[in-house]
Design a binder for this molecule. Structure first.
Ligand code: THU
Length: 162
């Protein structure tokens, strides 16, 4: 038996002013998206935004359903919106944020497991990692990951199939 240690490397920014202006704008866009979040069941209003290499921003927010398993996360709405357009420009960064009134969150909102798998798919499609910024409206600090591998190590990936 061999034991293997996986390390989790990320950066924590104390405040968004410490980030490049384009990333501050990206987080602002994610925050705007929470207004369109449809979350009557969880009241967990999540917004996501993508920054493309051409400077364009694409947003998404969670869309819930009375049949709970049909709910879809903000990150996937943003990524599938991007995927549904004929955009040549690659995705440089993704930001996610949340507004939640039922509890004061002390940690940024991390992408769920399903979204991590979908982010992995888009990274693979474009042959380039995506910078990920996890935030929450009630939290000053921002967690940054360089690529999904950091938070989805040993992923089920394309290389398994082909
Ligand atoms: N949610 C997201 O939109 N993104 C995540 O990464 C975590 C969870 C949504 C799904 C559901 O509408 C609500 O948050 C509560 O789970």
């Amino acid at each position: 038996m061999k034991s293997k240690k996986l390390t989790f490397k990320h950066k924590v920014y104390k405040h968004n002013k410490a980030l490049p202006v384009e990333i501050q704008k990206l987080i602002k866009q994610a925050s705007k998206q929470t207004k369109f979040s449809y979350a009557p069941y969880s009241k967990f209003y999540v917004g996501a935004a993508l920054l493309l290499e051409n400077g364009k921003l694409i947003g998404g927010c969670n869309q819930e359903n009375v049949s709970y398993p049909l709910c879809i996360c903000a990150e996937r709405v943003a990524l599938y919106t991007y995927g549904a357009k004929t955009i040549k420009s690659k995705i440089k960064a993704l930001a996610v944020t949340v507004r939640y009134d039922l509890k004061v969150l002390k940690e940024p909102c991390m992408p769920c497991g399903a979204c991590r798998q979908v982010i992995q798919e888009y990274e693979n499609r474009q042959g380039q990692p995506i910078d990920i910024y996890a935030t929450a409206e009630s939290v000053d600090e921002i967690i940054y990951f360089k690529g999904i591998e950091t938070i989805l190590p040993t992923a089920f990936s394309q290389s398994t199939l082909l």
